[in-house]
Design a protein around this ligand. Structure first.
Ligand code: CO8
Length: 260
């Protein structure tokens, strides 16, 4: 499938999506959000893909935010529609039934930080910078940053970042749990591919159900969430992958998991 503003590559079970507007530090305009929407729909329809890596083109930026030049002249109705489109994309990433790893290769600001937040795992190059600078532009985050940021790092740090618009470095982002870890910039993609490979080698149905249990369970009270987990656990036992995983263990060999 052809895209105007993103690149899509598939290497075995691992897909890499690269936002490709380096001249504007990969800022998200309408075309980029529409491309991402179509791309994640295509990924959802391709069961051979087990893990997705999302990154930005160039040396400097993951995504430096929503496109300010595009947003500058929006009226309130258009602004709402743009926010809704962005949220649709973030939700599609979060709800994709396969893990998505953000390889944060530079600025992840505003909508870029929100995009990283929608991913399941964030790995940052040491040059990465994070922030929600919207208040400095006279607006608030519109792609669910006010919601996902406190859920991930807690209300105190989230309020500090949201109210101050401060930009923090990769080390501070790791310290407050905004990213899983930082790695030298030149090792970013290889580290993400290596992690993606390890995930892709696990039981694909089990990995999907883990993501389902985490994302849906986190919105429930603990009792309901535990019952939900038990239901998904039981579901694993209707899959040949459970048989293969446990048989391989008893036969002291690595498991061989088919796609579905
Ligand atoms: N939008 C559009 N263009 C951008 C953006 C952006 N977010 N960020 C950078 N660019 C462009 C610059 O205008 C510049 O273009 P040109 O060469 O034509 O002048 C080019 O990218 C390179 O940028 P700089 O020269 O500024 O590079 P620096 O290294 O000096 O600075 C920074 C890098 C610090 C990242 C700086 O570019 C910057 O501050 N960018 C804006 C960051 C920002 O405020 N992001 C948040 C945007 S608001 C947002 O994301 C809201 C999301 C919710 C929307 C809800 C819908 C209504």
């Amino acid at each position: 499938m052809d895209y105007e503003t993103i690149l899509f590559e598939k290497d075995g079970a691992i897909a890499t999506v690269t936002i490709n507007r380096p001249k504007v530090l990969n800022a998200l305009n309408r075309a980029t959000l529409e491309d991402l929407d179509r791309c994640f729909q295509a990924i959802a329809d391709d069961p051979a893909i087990r893990v997705v890596i999302l990154t930005g083109a160039g040396e400097k930026s993951f995504v430096a935010g929503a496109d300010i030049a595009y947003m500058q002249h929006l009226n309130p109705l258009q602004a709402r529609e743009f926010a809704t489109l962005g949220q649709k994309v973030m939700n599609a990433i979060e709800q994709l039934d396969r893990p998505v790893i953000a390889a944060v290769n530079g600025f992840a600001l505003g909508g870029g930080c929100e995009l990283a937040l929608a991913c399941d795992i964030r790995i940052a190059g040491e040059n990465a910078r994070f922030g929600q600078p919207e208040v400095g532009l006279g607006v608030i985050p519109g792609f669910a940053g006010t919601q996902r940021l406190p859920r991930l790092i807690g209300k105190g740090y989230a309020c500090e970042l949201l109210f101050s618009g401060d930009i923090i470095d990769a080390g501070e982002a790791a310290r407050i749990g905004l990213v899983n870890r930082t790695v030298p910039r030149e090792q970013l993609m290889s580290s993400c591919r290596e992690m993606a490979g390890r995930i892709a080698a696990r039981g694909p149905i089990a990995v999907r159900l883990c993501k389902d249990a985490v994302n849906n369970g986190i919105e429930m009270d603990l009792g309901r969430a535990c019952r939900y987990e038990a239901d998904l656990f039981a579901m694993c036992f209707s899959s040949p992958q459970q048989q293969e995983g446990m048989k391989a263990f008893t036969e002291k060999r690595p498991p061989l998991f088919d796609s579905d």
